[in-house]
Ligand binder design. Structure first.
Ligand SMILES: [Zn+2]
Length: 395
């Protein structure tokens, strides 16, 4: 919601009028707080504006009181209204505090759903910073969201694997949950989230592989040669529910320079729905975007969300630091998932992170069953993942 800055206003006053923490207002506006021009639009996070038609007997004072707001909140949104002369039938703008999830993430979550939900979140919570870290083979943006102002940066990502798109839906729901909790001061599982905003910067790439996700959900792309190739690599079938790779048939989680040769030796030699590691590490733009982000991100730890198996992989070649075990035990405690130190698998994103930074990296396998996991599991998966998402901030 936007208001127009009036003579004598301050962002601190807005924080009190709307009961929104000042840091969230500051971070929602690229403004010098002590030098704001009269008439400048200022974002107030966590509110939307609704219309109201004045009835006989209405007063601003009473309309404000019914909504738990000071009269000044209504004056700010209705600068041309004369308070003691409300005309019956005239329209007022009424600020409405958002106390519900503004995006519905329980749906087939393709790249268009992601973009439209991120637009909505950016509108209501402008303190969430958004940029694109790269583009897919088909030119679709790969967005990264950042939330918080802490010195420690925690990174999480989803949908490295196309048919694991439910991980994107889970991450975006968490983003909405976190923002909602920050603005309103409502705890999540008894945790006040506001201290995390100051202590941690959360980096999130909810959909690493948009082309693959769209292939699984929407079917063949229009673009050649990919339309014909993908059909061939899928054995002529238009059912892509078993597809994990990107649109070039490369498994993005086999693309990282962490014993890549060993992974290549045990995997398919040709493009296909899964496990083909490419002709070398980091040949695919989606993997390159993630590598560049990670190299510049100084991440304290990374969480890569996958499905399935209800397991958490936390080691790589004994290169992981001792705190990885402490953290994974907490993740297991709050989710009921099983920690697994190592399996015969290389060249994954978390493998590379552990190898090159010697910091904690995790592959978290949500849910059970055949991918794509059905939306009927969404509620349970979110509840179990939520414990891990919260722990990633406080550990
Ligand atoms: Zn996976």
């Amino acid at each position: 919601m936007r208001v127009r800055f009036r003579r004598g206003d301050t962002l601190w006053a807005y924080s009190r009028i709307f009961q929104v923490p000042l840091p969230l207002i500051l971070d929602s506006n690229a403004l010098d707080p002590v030098n704001i021009a009269i008439g400048q639009e200022v974002e107030i996070p966590g509110y939307i504006v609704t219309g109201y038609t004045v009835k006989a007997g209405d007063t601003l004072w009473q309309l404000a009181r019914q909504r738990g707001l000071p009269v000044d909140a209504l004056l700010l949104l209705n600068p041309n209204v004369i308070p003691d002369r409300l005309a019956v039938g005239s329209q007022l703008n009424i600020p409405l505090r958002v106390t519900w999830f503004i995006v519905d993430t329980i749906k087939p979550y393709d790249s268009a759903a992601l973009q439209s939900d991120l637009n909505r979140l950016a509108e209501v919570y402008p303190f969430i910073r958004r940029r694109n870290i790269g583009a897919s083979v088909l030119g679709k943006p790969i967005p990264e969201l950042r939330i918080g102002r802490g010195a420690v940066t925690v990174h999480m990502n989803g949908s490295f694997h196309a048919n694991e798109w439910i991980t994107t839906a889970i991450l975006v729901r968490f983003l909405n949950h976190y923002a909602l909790s920050l603005v309103n001061g409502t705890p999540i599982r008894g945790l006040d989230m506001r201290p995390f905003y100051d202590a941690v910067t959360l980096s999130m790439v909810p959909m690493v592989n948009p082309d693959g996700v769209d292939l699984v959900i929407r079917g063949l792309p229009e673009q050649e040669p990919w339309r014909s190739r993908v059909l061939e690599w899928n054995g002529g079938s238009t059912d892509f529910s078993g597809w994990k790779a990107n649109i070039r048939g490369v498994d993005l989680n086999d693309q990282f320079p962490a014993l890549w040769d060993r992974e290549a030796a045990r995997n398919p030699k040709e493009p296909g729905p899964r496990d083909y590691p490419g002709t070398g590490p980091l040949t695919e733009p989606e993997a390159v975007a993630m590598a560049e982000l990670t190299r510049s991100g100084d991440f304290a730890r990374v969480l890569a969300f996958h499905t399935q198996g209800e397991e958490i992989y936390w080691g790589f070649q004994n290169l992981e630091p001792p705190e990885s075990e402490v953290i994974v035990n907490e993740f297991a405690r709050v989710s009921g998932y099983t920690p697994v130190r190592t399996i015969e698998s290389y060249a994954g994103y978390k493998d590379w992170f552990i190898q090159d930074w010697r910091r904690p990296g995790f592959t978290i396998e949500l849910g059970r069953g055949v991918n794509p996991l059905p939306l009927s599991q969404y509620g349970e998966i979110y509840e179990r993942a939520l414990g891990i998402l919260l722990a990633s901030l406080y550990m």
